[in-house]
Design a protein. Structure first.
Length: 294
């Protein structure tokens, strides 16, 4: 990955993750007294995490500094408890430990971007609900008319640039489209972290992260927080320039045997203003040009 430092020259990704999460835990969160005066270290001190995890301060310090690269599963589990990690973050920590110990599998070949004809038929059948197909790196591989218009201006980009995370950080319309832009951006970065954890050396993931680190200071700020979340369901507010404000629920469904492709579908209750806006968006997408193909 672009932020990796070769062995012997500094912290590993495991060490960076441990430090970032340690600095995000307050003493009172883990039952420790806050102490008196100001703390020089944000969050917990190394010795506090070491004590909570039942390891020596010397051993924990070596982990953070990249000098210890083979923590046992029991140590990883103890650190996850001490850092108050949830299940997704715990799995991410395990993947970083495996990578540090060079137990990670050989990266597979680049995922296919081919859209199965049946998926294209499913997208069409979902109208007027906006829907699109994502690659594992959040490239939009296909969309129905409403899905193509939902991220306003995305399809003005060449097809290889149509990526929902790139759009969130680099498209000039994004901060107006998402009233809760900061929350949306945090979710994008946390979800990308989860994907990177499962295949950290993949060139397609490294290229996307590297581009965003160079072009977006906001992405760099959030990337350094090491938050981890899997894509899922929820509600999303839009202030759409074509149809106005709307709140749509969405579901993310994995596509079988499709190299990490996911189908994202937005819905609203029939007869509601949000549903009416959704129908108008579908009509606008039907009339709009598809955008440049390459």
């Amino acid at each position: 990955m672009p932020d990796q430092i070769p062995d012997g020259q500094g912290p590993t990704e495991l060490g960076r993750f441990l430090r970032a999460r340690r600095e995000g835990v307050r003493p009172q969160d883990v039952g420790l007294p806050p102490g008196t005066g100001s703390r020089r270290t944000p969050g917990l001190r190394r010795e506090e995490i070491a004590t909570l995890a039942g390891v020596s301060i010397e051993y924990y310090t070596r982990l953070e500094r990249g000098r210890e690269t083979r923590p046992s599963p029991a140590v990883i589990d103890a650190l996850a408890r001490a850092l108050r990690l949830d299940d997704e973050e715990h799995e991410y920590l395990k993947s970083l430990a495996a990578r540090a110990a060079r137990r990670a599998p050989v990266p597979p070949k680049p995922p296919s971007r081919t859209v199965r004809p049946t998926i294209a038929m499913v997208l069409e059948s979902l109208r007027p609900n906006p829907a699109y197909l994502l690659s594992r790196t959040y490239d939009v591989l296909a969309a129905n008319p409403g899905g193509a218009q939902l991220h306003h201006g995305l399809f003005d980009w060449p097809s290889r640039q149509r990526n929902t995370i790139r759009y969130t950080f680099l498209h000039p319309v994004a901060r107006e489209l998402f009233p809760d832009w900061e929350q949306k951006a945090r979710g994008c970065v946390a979800q990308l972290r989860a994907v990177v954890g499962s295949d950290p050396d993949a060139p397609d993931l490294a290229a996307l992260v590297g581009e965003l680190l160079v072009k977006s200071p906001d992405f760099g700020r959030l990337w350094g927080r090491y938050e981890v979340r899997r894509a899922g369901a929820g509600d999303r507010d839009f202030q759409h320039p074509l149809v106005g404000p709307m709140t749509l629920a969405h579901e993310t469904l994995d596509v079988n045997r499709a190299d990490g492709q996911r189908l994202v579908i937005y819905v609203a209750g029939p007869g509601t203003p949000d549903h009416d806006a959704m129908v108008l968006l579908d009509r606008a997408g039907t009339l709009a040009p598809a955008g440049p193909a390459a």
